[in-house]
Design a protein around this ligand. Structure first.
Ligand SMILES: C[S@@+](CC[C@H](N)C(=O)[O-])C[C@H]1O[C@@H](n2cnc3c(N)ncnc32)[C@H](O)[C@@H]1O
Length: 503
């Protein structure tokens, strides 16, 4: 039996002794042996002495799998530092490593391991600050803890230079792991996909992408209705292999599998480095998995504007229903204004009111609810959340000033985003033109390649490319002649504007 499988079996027994909530509290989830094996095969290390770092080691499965794969090569000496600060798992970690050590001794490999039962970030703070030399390891392999922490938490303060907004331990572990690598060292992590596009991760992304070059990305795709036990978690997760080098890497390999048996990749695609890693201030990571994805990225990325540069901004609806229950009304009165929800979306327009249990359609209009109201005007509303089963991630409607002429103002619930013009009133051709772009399959697909989740954040939409204002208006004028603004029509207007002109 391989070491990783042995560790997996022992971990299963450990799992019966601790509750899920206890583990969730410290961001403890264990990597299946098959994934650990796939990750360790990504290490290309050649040499006879290797120094490995395993931060957040848990029961040691990633180290075990790496050793399984290294002993088949010419490695004569393996030294591993394992950081783990959860006292409950340490006896198992110790006993797993002790067992591996005894086995390796008997086959002549020199093996040293050090379990460091301390906080990984705190222990390496001087290395992060540059007060101590940091380049120690040839390989760092990790499944870091997923845990949101406060901005003033000790770990966030130590690494404040890469924290912007809400920090999460997982990306601090990524940055610290990268920092501790030697030049040409290898970085192999399984991590949530969220860092690839979210605003809160932008300072980290910029730092990471300037230090490291990505070589491989592995995605987990849905198996549809069958669904395995790890499916939901895995779909939000990626395996990332990167190298600490300044050398230019021309391609990245992006692979996909349907479940934790990543070795049975269903697809593998070689993509140009900068098709995947954006070369601008956003420092986004895209995950194209075929030629068509790459073409869509190239096409949309050729647009040079974005909503703010065009004078528009996407914002998020202000009303959080459970906080404002006292002000919500089921029926209209002299002192109410319409409250719009995602439930009011109907094709390209708003249907109001709708009868949905628990979704009152009116807000009481009085001084203390002014903060929840917005002026009547021309807006585009966009859903913030869609379900996995829905065909489109970007779902929008047009909202005209005249739609609610009998009311003083309106309110939007927090599951909506809306586009507003920063100065003056949004012109109809601007509205229709922006709608064409947002409702096209091009932008929807672009968004999916960028962001694997079902959530659409206003900050991301404000950062993604849009065509020039002239093109937006021209497309808008064309769209205004049509009554049905479905995806097909929006695509053909975009194609006429941009693609057929080039032929
Ligand atoms: C997601 S689990 C992964 C465990 C193991 N590497 C695996 O792949 O199965 C992350 C581990 O990090 C540990 N951990 C959390 N915060 C830590 C910290 N600040 N320093 C060291 N370890 C930490 C948790 O106790 C947990 O065991």
């Amino acid at each position: 039996m391989q070491f990783a499988e042995m560790v997996q079996e022992r971990t299963q027994k450990y799992l019966q002794t601790v509750s899920k909530s206890e583990r969730k509290e410290i961001g403890q989830f264990f990597t299946p042996a098959s994934i650990a094996d796939y990750m360790s095969k990504l290490a290309a290390f050649k040499g006879d002495y290797v120094r490995v770092l395993d931060p957040g080691a848990g029961s040691g499965i990633l180290s075990a799998a790496l050793i399984d794969n290294l002993i088949g090569r010419d490695v004569k000496r393996i030294e591993i530092d394992l950081y783990e600060n959860n006292q409950s798992i340490i006896p198992l970690l110790e006993s797993n490593l002790q067992y591996i050590s005894e086995q390796l001794q008997s086959c002549g490999t020199i093996f040293d391991y050090h379990i460091i039962d301390k906080n990984f970030i705190e222990e390496n703070q001087r290395e992060w600050m540059g007060w101590l030399p940091s380049e120690r390891y040839d390989i760092v392999v990790s499944n870091p803890p997923y845990k949101k922490i406060g901005k003033t938490a000790m770990e966030a303060s130590i690494m404040s230079d890469i924290v912007y907004g809400q920090p999460n331990l997982y990306f601090l572990f990524m940055a610290m792991g990268a920092k501790l690598l030697k030049k040409n060292g290898e970085f192999i992590y399984i991590v949530p996909r969220s860092f690839s596009s979210g605003l809160y991760f932008s300072a980290f992304r910029k730092w990471f992408l300037s230090e490291m070059r990505i070589a491989n990305l592995h995605l987990f795709v849905s198996r549809g209705s069958v669904g395995g036990k790890h499916d939901n978690v895995l779909q939000e997760t990626i395996i990332l292999k990167a190298n600490k080098t300044d050398a230019q890497i021309s391609n990245i390999i992006i692979s996909e599998s349907v479940d934790e048996f990543c070795a049975k990749a269903i697809n593998s695609y070689k993509v140009n480095y900068h098709t995947c890693v954006s070369n601008d201030d956003n420092a986004f990571l895209f995950f194209p998995t075929n030629e068509e994805d790459a073409m869509i990225l190239g096409f949309v990325n050729s647009w040079n504007a974005n909503l703010p540069s065009l004078g528009f901004k996407m914002k998020t609806g202000q009303l959080v229903d459970f906080r404002e229950r006292d002000w919500l009304k089921k029926t209209p009165g002299n002192d109410t204004v319409p409250l719009l929800w995602a439930y009011n979306f109907n094709g390209q327009k708003i249907r109001f009111p709708v009868d949905v249990p628990g979704k009152p359609q009116y807000l009481k209009d009085e001084p203390s609810t002014k903060r929840l109201q917005m002026n009547k005007g021309n807006y585009i509303l966009l859903k913030r959340f869609t379900s996995k089963e829905e065909k489109r991630r970007l779902q929008c409607v047009l909202l005209f000033e005249d739609d609610f002429s009998e009311y003083r103002s309106i309110s939007t619930e927090n599951h909506l985003n809306f586009i507003t013009k920063e100065t003056g009133k949004m012109l109809p051709e601007e509205m229709y033109g922006l709608y064409v772009v947002l409702n096209s399959s091009y932008l929807d697909r672009y968004f999916r390649i960028l962001n694997g989740s079902t959530q659409v954040n206003a900050t991301e939409i404000n950062a993604i490319p849009f065509p020039s204002i002239n093109a937006v208006k021209k497309m808008g004028m064309q769209a205004m002649n049509h009554s049905d603004l479905g995806e097909f029509l929006c695509d053909s207007i975009i194609e006429e504007q941009f693609i057929s002109r080039q032929i």
